[in-house]
Design a protein around this ligand. Structure first.
Ligand code: ATP
Ligand code: MG
Length: 415
């Protein structure tokens, strides 16, 4: 079935508001075997009319978002009624509940607000429990003279659209689709290897599974692998992916690496401190973005200058003199000292050259040492080379540091 989303709203095209509806709707309808084939975004106003007219004849299910409110730029309802030759009738029940809602909030009644109680003849009202603009469902070919799809008119604000979609749109879609396609989607979040290595490890084998769709999404220090297909095919792909990439998969849900770490540390009743030079607080920032971090995160030391490494963490000046601040011994010392100062189970440390300046022959820009100190065992230090812009360098460094800790917590050998 051809499914299309039409987002209306000048604010979307001005870049003032990021669209969230497409991602939401796409994920909700996938289990029904429905996929969005096209998305359009148009400004408020008359463009909506000819876009709808064009889409009506070649779409099976059409979701239109926004433009149901009381302001003059909210014209979706009127345009749809006009295009389909349907009379707009005021729904007395809707009018009464709208009045009650506004009264309870002390909002003045205006004639424009009353327009929100107008319903094209034959349309089904989708209650809005979080706002004043109800949604509308117009069944396929609602006016037999004019071809039209199953048409859903939905409010713009996500906090209104999302609950409405789950409560009222999904049951209608289930009855339209009848035999659910039972399509499954699985996600594997991978750290420590790049996109092409991932592809080399699993690509051919997974694609050899009939009916499977495979996709990759690479971001700094992370590759997301996505498979879509019927449950038995997804199961076969799952076995291949876990067998080949098990040690690098840190999550099969939407979690971030830091969320996984905080969860593991909480379970183990262990704690963490960090000593950061080149990452400038990014490790602390990411860890403290996780709810529950206070149970496991004890301290973050940002020691950017050599002096700070010596005074705040008591790193031996001789180490810096002999090996330089960006070196294995200094990274090790930073981690060990941070763990001592914070009295934590683990401490991570980063020291590197983000660039573009500051590199030297044997330590070019992009060089970084990441260290992990652990209670009861030797500290581990790893050297990486991440030549990139400063922000990407920091992201890659943070991922590398977090992966070091993940491997320790999961007893995966550190390569
Ligand atoms: P209202 O009753 O608030 O006027 P509406 O159904 O008329 O609702 P719009 O006026 O188009 O919807 O949008 C209202 C608000 O909803 C926008 O200011 C914007 O913040 C949000 N919004 C609209 N479209 C989207 C979208 N595609 N993704 C995320 N947010 C959106
Ligand atoms: Mg509006």
């Amino acid at each position: 079935m051809r499914v299309v989303v039409l987002n209306t709203g000048t604010e979307l095209l001005l870049g003032d508001v990021h669209d969230t509806h497409l991602a939401f709707i796409a994920r909700e309808i996938l289990p029904l075997g429905l996929r969005i084939e096209e998305r359009r975004t148009v400004p408020d106003g008359e463009t909506i009319r000819h876009t709808l007219a064009e889409l009506f004849s070649r779409t099976a299910i059409l979701f239109v978002t926004g433009g149901l409110g009381p302001t003059t730029d909210d014209i979706t309802r009127d345009v749809v009624a006009d295009l389909l030759g349907l009379e707009l009738r005021q729904d007395p029940q809707l009018l009464a509940s709208l009045k009650r809602r506004l009264e309870a909030r002390g909002i003045k009644w205006t004639s424009r607000i009353a327009r929100q109680a107008c319903v094209p003849a034959g349309a089904q009202v989708l209650a809005n429990e979080n706002g004043s603009a109800s949604g509308l469902y117009l069944k396929v070919n609602i006016n037999p003279q004019i071809p039209s799809p199953h048409l859903f008119l939905l409010p713009g604000p996500p906090r209104e659209l999302q609950p409405m979609f789950r409560a009222y749109v999904m049951p209608i879609l289930r009855s339209i689709v009848q035999v659910p396609g039972s399509i499954e989607r699985r996600l594997y979040k991978i750290v420590g290897i790049g996109e092409s290595t991932v592809e080399e490890a699993i690509g051919e084998k997974v694609l050899a599974v009939p009916g499977i769709e495979l996709g990759y999404c690479a971001r700094p220090g992370e590759v997301d692998v996505r498979v879509i297909g019927e449950p038995h095919a997804v199961l076969r792909a799952d076995a291949i992916i876990r067998n080949k990439l098990g040690l690098w998969i840190f999550s099969t849900s939407d979690e971030t690496l830091e969320e996984v770490l905080v969860e593991l540390l909480i379970k183990r009743k262990e704690t963490l401190a960090v000593a950061e030079s080149c990452t400038g607080g990014l490790l602390s920032d990411r860890i403290t973005n996780v709810s529950g971090a206070s149970a496991v995160f004890l301290a973050g030391y940002i020691c950017y200058s050599n002096q700070a490494k010596m005074s705040a963490l008591d790193v031996d000046p001789k180490l810096i003199e002999q090996h330089g601040a960006v070196s294995e011994p200094v990274a090790r010392s930073m981690a060990e000292q941070a763990r001592m100062c914070a009295r934590s189970t683990y401490a991570l440390a980063t020291t590197g050259i983000a660039g573009p300046t500051g590199g030297i022959a044997d330590k070019p820009a992009g060089t970084i040492y990441v260290a992990l100190a652990s209670a009861g065992s030797e500290a581990t230090v790893k050297k990486f080379f991440f030549p990139s812009d400063r922000e990407t360098f920091k992201e890659l460094a943070a991922q590398a540091a977090f992966d070091l800790l993940r491997r320790k917590l999961m007893s995966i050998p550190i390569q």
